[in-house]
Design a binder for this molecule. Structure first.
Ligand code: DQA
Length: 144
């Protein structure tokens, strides 16, 4: 199984940005964590982070025919981006939404998730472990 693991804006600042909310570990540590989970599950992974909405849309489109599923933390674009929602709908690959923090317990504007409307499952508030849960969910339900 091949998965695209996408991370949106400011996640490259992990470890520096609001450590009380997002923890003290870096984006490089998150990548290492995800690669380890993928290896343990026999999954081939492409990891990508961008601060730009269109780049994320391009990457989702490119997953069509090349990936079997998507793990996505759209970060702030979660709450604003109809373009990312439409891209996920367009490719119609099984997608799982991840948030490090529990967005439902934060500001009201974080309670809406456009991307989530095209996802089969959401894991929020589990830190890095949310990515493990997402990968294992896709392997269990869509693996081959
Ligand atoms: C986030 C939550 C979003 O509301 C926020 O804009 C982020 C990160 C999370 O992983 O908890 O950048 O997606």
């Amino acid at each position: 199984m091949k998965l695209l693991v996408l991370n949106g804006p400011n996640l490259n600042m992990l470890g520096i940005r609001e450590p009380g909310i997002y923890g003290t570990e870096s984006y490089a540590a998150l990548e290492a964590f995800v690669r380890d989970v993928c290896a343990k599950n026999g999954v081939e992974a492409e990891l990508y982070q961008s601060n730009h909405e269109g780049d994320l849309v391009d990457k989702i489109q490119a997953a069509l025919g090349t990936a079997d599923g998507i793990v996505i933390n759209p970060a702030a674009y979660t709450h604003t981006s109809v373009a990312i929602l439409d891209a996920l709908k367009a490719v119609a690959l099984p997608a799982v939404e991840v948030h490090l923090s529990d967005v439902s317990a934060r500001e009201e504007f974080r309670h809406i998730s456009y991307a989530g409307m095209a996802c089969v499952k959401t894991f929020a508030g589990y830190g890095f472990d949310g990515y493990r849960l997402a990968i294992e969910y896709l392997v269990e339900h869509y693996g081959k």
